[in-house]
Design a protein around this ligand. Sequence first.
Ligand SMILES: Cc1ncc(COP(=O)(O)O)c(C=O)c1O
Length: 442
Amino acid sequence: MRDHPGHVFSRRLDRSLPIAANAEDMWIVDTEGHRYLDASGGAIVLNIGHGREEIARAVYEQIIKCDYVHPTMFTTFPVEQLAKALARHAPPGIERFYFLSSGSEAIETAIKLARQIHLKSDRPHRIRLISRWKSYHGLTMGALSATGRTSFRVPYAPLLTEVIHIPAPYCLRCSYGMTYPECDCRCALALEEVIQNTGPETVSAFLAETVSGGTLAALPPPPGYFKIIRQICDQYQVLLILDEIMCGLGRTGRWFASEHFEVIPDIVTMGKGLGGGAIAISAVGVQSKHYDVICQGSGSFVHGGTFTHHSPAAAAGLAVIRILERENLIERVAHYGEIFKEKLKNKLSDHPNVADIRGLGFFWGVELVKDKKTLEPFPRREKVAERVWQSIFQKGVVMYKSTGLAGTDGDALLIGPSFIIEANDMDIIVNAVLQALEETLF
Ligand SMILES: Cc1ncc(COP(=O)(O)O)c(C=O)c1O
């Protein structure tokens, strides 16, 4: 807003924002005293609730003990211990971890790492990346090039690098007009077609969100999808990078969402909840066999950054993993996620504008349509997701939203509460959505 006081280049230029003063457990309080139930941890960031003292203490103690050392000159206990803790839970064989600050950096790292693995394996022509439409992988140029969300790409299209996109496994609006399971996962087979057309010897990696997040609103792939993807990747020596920045670290009721689909990636990215929302930290996990390849010869990964392997951030990450383990929070997500699903479905399934309720654990999407029978979306100009979101916000509930699910139209709400949520807070969320739909889409 042009008359917004102060000097901040705000993330909202169309209105001024409430000032958040306090946040504890599931709640945020602004300076006017309004209380908001945080049903999405902003952009699906909070997994253990707001205001965990244990994280603050861990970071404080690390800063006091040893704040910054350059990652090419020293290692530190929190970095070593966090890598060890992640290795306990990561998909089999993923035993090495590279730490960064943002999810976007983790994606850049994964793309470059795949390339380096091929270079070190005497496959220098493998330069191309394949990803999917209707995906989000980050704001930096490499990650944005991989992203398949049209509205985010269009302004910067001339600046983006070549990434080949295949259709997403979005059965509700199948790109091939087919129906699961008769389709035999045509959208997964598209990977082979594209690899063949591109020239298999030129393809480096395939990048996909294990469960689609910000664009397709918590959409899991159909059964069998990743089995086919893994087979194709193996057949053509294409590395499989799974982006678990939004859906990983317990969000779906398993430590890694890939466990649901029995797929083992070559490289996996994580971020968001890794720092519990308190500190920015992301990570790239890689199979030991690929790490060994990188170590051969000169033994370097041509990459780096001032704040990679940052020890106070790693201390936060370690505190988060310890809390998740000690409080059995992933098991809690698996259990209470089913209860949350029932509540969402019971209250919202019959609504004439709700086309689909999908997700896993504490990661749920509610897709909104103009016509439930034909799945006709609302035109984007009506800004339905934004208006419903605003109405929910005014009721004191914060969630996330998705747009552009159907071409450039399409609206959805994205819900991802902290793993500590109680049943009565689930009711508040579901009731707020229902009321907002009734008020906005009468
Ligand atoms: C699946 C996925 N990948 C990557 C990113 C980028 O992460 P960051 O915003 O931390 O750079 C996001 C962010 O929403 C995401 O959801």
